[in-house]
Write a protein that binds this ligand. Structure first.
Ligand code: FES
Ligand code: FES
Length: 155
C-alpha cells in the first residue's frame, strides 16, 4: 500500500506492505540508517524516532500508522542548535562508545529538552529509560544531557 508522510521536513510516498514496520520502511525503503535495528520488540530504544515530536520505537509501529504524520530522525536535526549542543555534550562527556544507541539516545534527550530546558537528573533518567546502552553505564549520558541543558539554559 502507499504510505504518505513527512520525513525530516519533506513529503514522502512509499509503497510498503501493510505489515512492514516503520523501522524497516525507514531503513530498507528510504535508506535511513541512523535508525538502528536492535531487539525489534520495543525494548531497547535503538530504533527511536520522533513521531509528531514524541519519541517512539519504530520497530513496533507499522508503516501505515504514520500516514499523514511527521517523522523525524537524527538526519532531520543536523542543523538544529539544540541537537548540536547535545552532540557536543555527548562527545565531551564520553557518552558515545560504540554509538549503536546514540541516535535513539539523542532523540529522546532532544524531546526532553524541547519540552523542559532545566530537567532534574531524575527527569533525565525517566526520559531515557527506554534506551538501552551496553557500553557507557549511563552516567556519562546523563551528565551529557544535563550539561547540554545547562548550555541552553537562559542566563
Ligand atoms: S529495535 Fe526497536 S526497541 Fe529495540
Ligand atoms: S554507546 Fe554502545 S550501546 Fe551505547
Amino acid at each position: 500500500m502507499m504510505v504518505n508522510f513527512e520525513l525530516n521536513g519533506g513529503e514522502v510516498y512509499v509503497e510498503a506492505p501493510a505489515t512492514m514496520t516503520l523501522l524497516d520502511m525507514l531503513r530498507q525503503e528510504l535508506g535511513v540508517k541512523s535508525v538502528k535495528k536492535g531487539c525489534e520488540q520495543g525494548e531497547c530504544g535503538a530504533c527511536t524516532v520522533l513521531v509528531d515530536g514524541y519519541p517512539m520505537t519504530s520497530c513496533i509501529i507499522l508503516a501505515p500508522q504514520v500516514e499523514g504524520r511527521h517523522v523525524c530522525t537524527i538526519e532531520g536535526l543536523v542543523d538544529n542548535p539544540l541537537l548540536k549542543e547535545l552532540r557536543e555534550a555527548f562527545m565531551e562527556n564520553g557518552a558515545v562508545q560504540c554509538g549503536f544507541c546514540t541516535p535513539g539516545m539523542l532523540l529522546s534527550a532532544y524531546a526532553l529538552l524541547s519540552e523542559n530546558r532545566c530537567p532534574t537528573e531524575e527527569e533525565v533518567k525517566t526520559a531515557i529509560e527506554g534506551n538501552i546502552c551496553r557500553c557507557t553505564g549511563y552516567v556519562a549520558i546523563i551528565e551529557a544531557i544535563l550539561d547540554a541543558a545547562e548550555r541552553i539554559a537562559p542566563d
